[in-house]
Design a binder for this molecule. Sequence first.
Ligand code: F0G
Length: 445
Amino acid sequence: MCLVNFSKTVEKMNSVLQCMDCAQQYPMTQVLYNCEKCGGLLDVQHDLTGLRKTIDRAFFDRRLGTLQAPYNSGVWRYKELIYPDVDPQHIVSRPEGNTNLYRAPRLAKWAGVENLYLKHEGENPTGSFKDRGMTTGVTQARALGMTRAACASTGNTSASLAAYTAWADMEGVVFFQNKQVAMGKLSQAIAYGATAIQINADFDRNLELVREISLSLGIYILNSVNPFRLEGQKSIMIETIQQLDWQVPDWIVCPGGNLGNSSAFGKALYELCELGLIERMPRLAIIQAEGANPLYRSYANRFAGLEAMSAETIATAIKIGNPVNYAKAVRALRWTDGVVEQVSDQEIMDAKALIDRQGIGCEPASACSLAGLRKLVDQGVVKPHETVVGILTGHLLKDPDATINYHNHTLPGIEARYPNWLHRAEASVAEITQILQSVHSRSNS
Ligand code: F0G
């Protein structure tokens, strides 16, 4: 058997940290989250000119199906685009990514398009897309010699941070809101052994607190303000497009909370285009919950500025009123000629019920993708013949309360339009048979 040495094909690349506003550069070894000169957000900037000469589609296609670490990860398969210079001994991988891209004809019909694919990021090791950013973030923490890492979280980041720090034998610290954190996520953070702190403050305040406290105690911050997180999350786009045999869909639709994912998507697509791996940009549609819609409001106002708000939605993952990556998300929208839409909690839960009913399922925030797509088709923004990829960001099991309460008709203010029934019976053959027959005849009528 021929063992290909995948790591030897690219020379040293030399990436830097670069401010997105003033282009000030910093070495990758500096622990930094914002520009020291102007406060702008930082990008990990790769040497695209050098990369253009060394990689192409076939380079990444050769790695498909390999069992060789770290290239068996759906993040590290694209190492040259994500963190070319990293010392492989620092890489902390589960391995993540390699998530399915489902063709969903029944949901496509419901949304009003011919071709809909759903990229299921809930199939990552801890059940959300966060693992793709956490592998790069924790790897960087290790490369920097940090022993403690922290985040504020609506739940998924904390589950992922807790798992990856445990795997790396580091100390994880997670700040939660003291209410409305979905059970699946809370239980993960506790089980993986992070120092979990419930705080009487919303996500936005917790993010301020974690930044202040981590800076003073020398703890590495792994919220999406950390540019290494976003490098890993770029792989969602790269992997999707490779799964489509490098053919670009017309639209990418994703939920938006702290706007790390949409920012990462914009950077990935921009770089893929610059590197000649794709021929054109897809358009990005970012969907927010009506009660947590600061980006939507700013978009409706031609990006006059971000107005922070107090957020409220059943999609607790995206209950965020002051998104830290706002400027990068606006840049992503400009690069991709993107749009922003908002959906109600009712629309989110109905779309979720339909995705669940397909047998793949997702958590409430993820259903923004389908609910938002249907609205955009209704408005004529997305055309029926266009090919769409919707991102499902988290697993169905993350938020069992939302699911059960929907089907039980006990979600305040929400009517279950696509309910399933939980039948109850005595241990009686006659009673159970009657239930089965009535269900069978109803589904055949
Ligand atoms: N979907 C899910 C399931 C999420 O957990 C999040 C964010 C998003 C969408 C939004 O992504 O922030 O990059 O725009 N969850 C974070 C957390 C904030 O703490 O787990 P974003």
